[in-house]
Design a protein around this ligand. Structure first.
Ligand code: HEM
Length: 300
């Protein structure tokens, strides 16, 4: 946000300009009615701006506001209070949802009306030039302040959405991290029960049920091996590594191999054993295809 002094400095607006503008006040007062009427005829001719001017009370209020703005334009006093007024107009436009483009067009319309008025009124060329220069400067400074409201609104929106976005991303990341942590802990818990299952299988061997014990122990060891791989994968994930789908297919395959071993021990019927073997084959093919596509992807 610029200060009034900066605004004047940047537009090379001098006290002399302020004096020249003040000398134009009587002329502006005499013509402000006509200028605002013409401006509103012009705005009513554009569908996008006419939409804002359908209500008669709004139209009247606007004309009064516009005339007051014209009076201020030639008051010769351009201080902080004046700057606040301009900012208020800018915010009023942003609030109503008016496109900044039409404010520029309207300003161009007012500029032409004022320049023509000066040209018709002042015969002296040098005086005309100085009055026109001062008018142009104050109109440009006005447009500058009014347009800044649009820019600030945009920045505010961007700032809010950017802040919201990064907060949301950070919260989701923390949440996912938490979930992964829970998963690792759960896997550790399950691994302990797998170890217990392995011990139980060994008991079977010592009890003399060697075939059942050995096959079950083998299946349990397979599961334990997969659990270790899974946990390793999850820990890698927690450290920022990539999620590995192959690992999960592997777990299902191992679980199925164990099921096949147990199924043989149980002497399940042929249909069940064929079903398990078929599923295992399909999973094997899926594992092979995923592994191949991952390898191709890494090579590319
Ligand atoms: C030279 C350019 C313009 C100037 C100097 C200007 C001036 C003003 C002023 C002084 C106000 C009153 C602000 C307040 O409440 O303090 C205002 C509000 C408003 N202006 Fe403009 N205006 C301009 C262009 C336009 C254009 C092109 C439109 C399009 C129709 C427009 C529509 C409005 C509307 C809808 C409001 C709010 C009215 C209300 O509900 O009170 N203005 N403008």
């Amino acid at each position: 946000m610029v200060t009034i002094d900066e605004l004047k400095r940047h537009y090379l607006f001098t006290d002399e300009d302020a004096g020249l503008l003040a000398s134009l006040l009587p002329l502006a007062e005499a013509h402000k009615g006509k200028i605002t009427d013409d401006l509103y005829d012009y705005l009513l001719g554009i569908p996008e701006t006419a939409a804002f001017l359908q209500d008669d009370t709004v139209l009247q209020r606007l004309k009064t506001s516009q005339q007051a703005w014209l009076t201020d334009l030639f008051s010769g006093r351009y201080d902080n209070h004046y700057l606040r007024k301009l900012e208020k107009i800018g915010t009023a436009h942003v609030r109503t949802g008016l496109n900044a483009h039409f404010v520029n067009c309207a300003m161009n319309f007012v500029r032409q009306a004022l320049v023509n008025l000066i040209r018709e009124t002042y015969a002296d060329r040098e005086m005309r030039r100085r009055l026109t220069d001062a008018t142009e400067k104050i109109l440009d400074a006005n447009l500058d302040v009014m347009s800044a409201s649009y820019l600030e609104e945009e920045l505010k929106k961007e700032f809010v959405s950017h802040r919201l976005e990064s907060k949301l991303i950070r919260a989701t990341e923390r949440f996912t991290y938490g979930l992964n942590l829970i998963l690792v802990l759960a896997l550790a818990g399950v691994s302990i029960s797998v170890v217990a299952q392995f011990a139980w299988d060994l008991v079977h061997i010592f009890q003399g049920n060697i075939e059942k014990g050995v096959l079950s122990a083998l299946g349990t060891l397979l599961i334990l091996w997969m659990m270790i791989e899974l946990m390793g994968n999850e820990i890698k994930n927690l450290k920022g590594g990539k999620f590995n789908i192959l690992m999960f297919i592997g777990v299902i395959i191992v679980a199925l191999i164990r099921e096949v071993l147990i199924s043989t021990l149980r002497h399940d019927d042929l249909a069940t054993q064929t079903f398990l073997a078929g599923t295992l084959l399909i999973l094997g093919v899926v594992y092979f295809l995923v592994a191949k596509s991952q390898k191709d992807g890494a090579a590319r």
